[in-house]
Design a protein around this ligand. Sequence first.
Ligand SMILES: [Zn+2]
Length: 216
Amino acid sequence: MIHSLLQLLFPSPCVSCGYLGKPLCDRCFKGLEYKPHVRVIHDMKVYCSMFYEPDSILEHLIHPFKYKHQAGIFRCFVPRMRDSLKLFSFPEDCILVPVPLHTKRRHERGYNQAELLAKWIAKQSGADYAPVLRRTRYTDSQALSESKAARIENLSGAFRMTQALKHGQVLLVDDIVTTGSTLLACADALRVGGVKNVSALALANRELQTKTYSRH
Ligand SMILES: [Zn+2]
């Protein structure tokens, strides 16, 4: 309620078009292209709600969400994630594990966007939320790494589990999946910790649409 009141008194400009009202106006919200699909990275299925394309409304949204301390933008993605949950039939007892940020980066940003998404999904679905991964190494920003091989090298062994899970079905949660090297490194850490099945849920897939993806 306080949030609604503040919005009324101090309307925020739409991050995409600048129209005063909400962080994302209704017109731009309708312009977000929802394209649920499954991307397979090595043997891991990654369930994605959208494609991340250059200069898209999504790109205008993600940037302040990740880098400008505007966690409220997260609310714009809620309907998309809700739709994904309905469409993809996840194992009922899967445990939601957010991709962690290094504590230094989390401190700089004030929050972890993957945690926000995972917590919300857990609330909506009744699944367990367990932030059991820790990023042990502060690596260079992924956005600056050049090749896929360099990213994998950069991330190998960068995560570890902080506690065991009660069973072995995990759904990793992240906002954007690019090469998938972060998700693969997280999956490795989970397997070392005894988890048998790892799949992932991402808001958007940044890989260019050069391949055909299945809806399921
Ligand atoms: Zn707008």
